[in-house]
Write a protein that binds this ligand. Structure first.
Ligand code: 5RP
Length: 235
């Protein structure tokens, strides 16, 4: 499956492969979204096919659901599963406290619901996502389409009142049209540069009307598995 990979794909693959070893027979598994999580889904599919692993997967996006079915993983909804043994997902940034920015792929709403309903969340990543302070990667906020410009103005005013330095907020686009999430919402990307107090920011943002969920994952991730281009893995 891994063939001749670029160093970045090799790093993602080896992280996914190592994390797949945490998955045991009979588990209900949250399946993340993104290019790294896609490697995980393929690894699990191989284990289902070749080793007889029996798992039920709860995907965090339509595209992960399609891939999971393609590779032979039994897919169930979160409400069918109710609670999960493990969720494995990628991230856009992680810090030393294992706090994350997610949502680069626009799936952080379902990803956060699924990870929160799991005994443990494992993040799989390459080393480039590790940061001292979160915020270089734009923070995604999922907002409902109704009045999104008013919501954006409210987010901006709040950032000013909190003395947050970067206040560049853009509506995520898909070509000429706004990007639409699996839940039918829009995404605002906040280019903050540096998030001094991610816990406080996450709480404040989620209190605003029109905001559905922000991409900060605070105290949700338990373990980070870091893959490297030379095939080494750190847990
Ligand atoms: C999707 C996510 C992804 O996990 C995150 O964007 C990382 O993606 P990739 O593995 O492709 O770098 O949060 O909403």
């Amino acid at each position: 499956m891994s063939g001749e990979l670029s160093p970045i794909d090799k790093a993602k693959f080896v992280a996914a492969k190592r994390a797949a070893a945490f998955v045991e027979d009979g588990m209900r598994v949250g399946l993340g979204t993104g290019s790294t999580a896609a490697w995980l889904v393929r690894c699990l599919g191989e284990m289902v096919r070749d080793d007889g692993l029996r798992i039920r997967g709860v995907p965090t996006s339509t595209r992960t659901a399609v891939l999971a079915r393609e590779v032979g993983i039994e897919v169930i909804s979160l409400d069918e599963a109710r609670w999960l043994d493990i969720t494995i997902d990628g991230a856009d940034e992680f810090d030393g406290d294992l706090n994350l920015i997610k949502g680069g792929g626009g799936a952080h709403l379902q990803e956060k619901i699924v990870a929160t309903a799991s005994d443990q969340m494992i993040v799989i990543t390459d080393a480039s996502k590790e940061v001292e302070t979160l915020g270089a990667f734009p923070l995604p906020i999922e907002v409902i389409p109704f009045g999104w410009q008013t919501t954006r103005a409210l987010v901006e005013e709040t950032l000013v009142s909190m003395d947050v330095l970067g206040r560049d907020i853009s509506l995520r686009m898909n070509g000429d049209a706004p990007f639409i999430t699996d839940e039918g919402n829009h995404i605002l990307d906040l280019n903050l540069k540096r998030i001094g107090n991610p816990r406080q920011l996450a709480m404040v943002i989620n209190q605003m009307p029109g905001v559905v969920e922000n991409g900060l994952f605070i105290d949700i991730c338990d373990t980070v598995v870091i893959g490297h281009g030379d095939g080494k893995v750190e847990v």
